[in-house]
Ligand binder design. Structure first.
Ligand code: ADP
Ligand code: MG
Length: 277
């Protein structure tokens, strides 16, 4: 915390964290993408994308279907289907693309899937416990809870703050879950694993307003200088509850415009037509 100085030190302050002076912007970026090119089965999908996410920032990426949003976040997590054909990606100052997905996760990268997989026979609780044990073994910033009883208690507390019924965690992972329940399970996983950078791929799509608020609360509850997020979304609705620091519009594999919430508003009013390359 000594990086960020003290309130009243005469420096400017970050809009969300009054105790963090602007010096914080001079900290090294958490994620730095430079002219990234990505192909799927030989077809170029992401075409020279650059993006910088600093500690504590929430970014939104909006864009029409097929613009490469899922390709981008899946590639960052290390999905083998995607081939990086150019550019670079640094996370915590390390070459992200050189790391296997497990190392990306153990350094605090997290992806909430657009289409979470179902696993019969594994309860949500035992899945989360296994994930938590694996992460806390390699991450110094997570308390090492070994006992299943202690974990259950921690899980129940998290679920309470996210307005989820405790019985939810005793169901098989995503099996028979509604669209909204799958997304809530992703948010619960995020809040348990406490990533440094969460990539949320349309975690808001198909949600009713109550589920949407739960997702937003899950993200907002994590807001701190140690947590950043990239929210992929179609709609400005989620952003009304989360208030991102930056909004980017992605079209045909490139960021064509970046700014604040006014961009999301413009999209809502005028559609993507206003943002073609
Ligand atoms: P978005 O998430 O923005 O909707 P995607 O990243 O899912 O976009 O897809 C980007 C493009 O890549 C689309 O044109 C899509 O059809 C194509 N694509 C996705 N998966 C494959 C695949 N397995 N093989 C070929 N093309 C694919
Ligand atoms: Mg997608």
């Amino acid at each position: 915390m000594e990086y960020w100085g003290k309130a009243g030190s005469g420096l400017n302050f970050h809009p969300h964290y009054s105790a963090i002076p602007l010096l914080y912007y001079s900290m090294p970026p958490l994620l730095s993408l430079t002219s990234l090119h990505i192909s799927i089965e030989g077809k170029p999908v992401v075409n020279g994308l650059s993006l910088t996410v600093r500690p504590g920032e929430i970014h939104a990426i909006m864009g029409p279907n097929g613009s490469g949003k899922s390709t981008l976040v899946n590639t960052l997590m290390g999905h083998p289907k995607y081939e990086v054909t150019g550019g670079s990606a640094e996370f915590h100052g390390a070459d992200l693309l050189a790391l296997p997905p497990s190392d990306r996760a153990s350094r605090g990268l997290f992806l909430a899937f657009q289409y979470p997989k179902e696993i019969a026979g594994v309860t949500l609780r035992s899945f989360l416990f296994a994930a938590y044990k694996a992460q806390s073994a390699v991450r110094g910033d997570l308390p090492k809870i070994i006992s299943p009883i202690k974990f259950k208690k921690m899980l129940e507390e998290k679920m309470k703050t996210l307005h989820m019924d405790a019985a939810f965690s005793e169901r098989f992972l995503n099996k028979g879950f509604s669209g909204g329940e799958k997304k809530k399970a992703e948010v619960l996983q995020m809040s348990i694993l406490q990533p440094h950078l969460a990539l949320l791929d349309e975690t808001d799509s198909g949600l009713d307003i109550d589920a949407l608020k739960i997702v937003a609360e899950g993200v907002n509850a994590m807001r701190s200088p140690a947590f950043s997020a990239v929210l992929v979304t179609h709609y400005a609705r989620l952003l009304d509850y989360i208030a991102p620091d930056r909004v980017h519009v992605m079209v045909k594999g490139k960021i064509v415009e970046s700014g604040g919430m006014e961009i999301a508003r413009k999209l809502e009013k005028e559609g993507y037509g206003a943002f073609r390359e």
